[in-house]
Ligand binder design. Sequence first.
Ligand code: MG
Length: 472
Amino acid sequence: MNIIEKHINFHKALLVVSLLTGLCLGNHALGQDSKPNFIVIFTDDQGYGDLGTFGHPTIKTPNIDQMAVEGQKWTSFYVAANVCTPSRSGLLTGRLPVRTGMYSNKRRVLFPDSDGGLPAYENTIAKLLKEVGYATAAIGKWHLGHLPQYLPTSHGFDTYYGIPYSNDMDRVNDIDYKEVFIDPKYQNFNVPLMRDTEIIERPADQNTITKRYTEEAVKYIKENKNQPFFMYLAHSLPHVPLFTSDDFRGTSERGLYGDVIEEIDWSVGEILTTLKENGLAENTYVIFTSDNGPWLVFDGQGGSSGLLFGGKGTSYEGGVRVPAVIWGPGNVKPGVVSKMGSTLDILPTIVSLAGAKIPQDRLYDGFDLSPVLKGENQSPREEMFYYHGDHLFAVRKGDFKLYYYSNNPAGYPEKLEKLEMVTLYNLVQDPSERFNLADKHPEVIQEIEVLAKKHQEKMVFGETQLEKVIIK
Ligand code: MG
């Protein structure tokens, strides 16, 4: 080989190297583009027992049931609080509501006259994902502040379509509170429907609201199929008053409540079908869960906590343990997970799967569940702290839950009382909390009390946002 041939070969080699490098860079770029999508479907006041896959005998939920077969069904999944506003803040920030100010002993959720909301300082899942190039959308009920500075578009979401607080607020007539829910008319609730920061309809026609959220979600998936996206779809139902579209009214054996759940199940089916038809199923995680237990005081209009004790407004299991299904074909190992998980874990899990970063300038209350989703590990969550307003109502560690307070199990009217003697239940053997084991396990009580003390010593309470009222 003469010097010229050597020179040519050297340049050929260089060309090959640069081509390979280019390919690698190309693949890297592809890798960036193939970041997974996330959809969180969050229902309102749906109980632990209100899905076919969680044992309801007459509510038909074939789409969510199939999701559970193909994905993971979590049977000890907890919300951050037993009512709407604090629960939602916990999911979106990964922090207990007492840290973020989204708690109060007097006004337990935000109302149309509220002047507060989720503080700008807080990081939401959407805000963290935006930093790594995600498109973000919130659809449905927000309930973290209806003033412009608190709306989804001020908290990392590119777009918002939905109602800013609960569907029973802004009641316009003086019919008896419970009476108005028996045969609900949307005209009796002057709730606004918003797009971004503008009111586009008032009162919102709630008969078609699940259908319209679904159309919005399907459209969003199709429009964003070529870039990573996070969609938070927080249904405003089955919170009372109950509404369904004509297609579902009178169709469920369970009655109106069943109609509502079955329409939500249809909605889940539409979303999964859209993902499959657009080639996104293998690159999307879908999480389905509820914001708190059923509203038991509304009798048949409220849901069921199944075998669990208590409902919405309490931190007994029925108020805080919710049905949860996580789906991601090829990414989520199918199975039933009976170890603990929480909506507080959704932020660290999504952030980890997206390759985003969690700012280390504050404390979080969530765990990264991604190794559990992959089937590599058991859940890292060994403990759960249940707050009622600013009171530490109960603490779970492993199989046991220790109570410091008692309450009306139906939630309303609230009868919060500090217990003279703590009570202890083994939730693995006794999920219905029937047998107080406090006398039998003083060592477990001591262990949990040490944990609770450590937790309380480090707790810094945020300034409450829920007691600020607009002065007219
Ligand atoms: Mg709720």
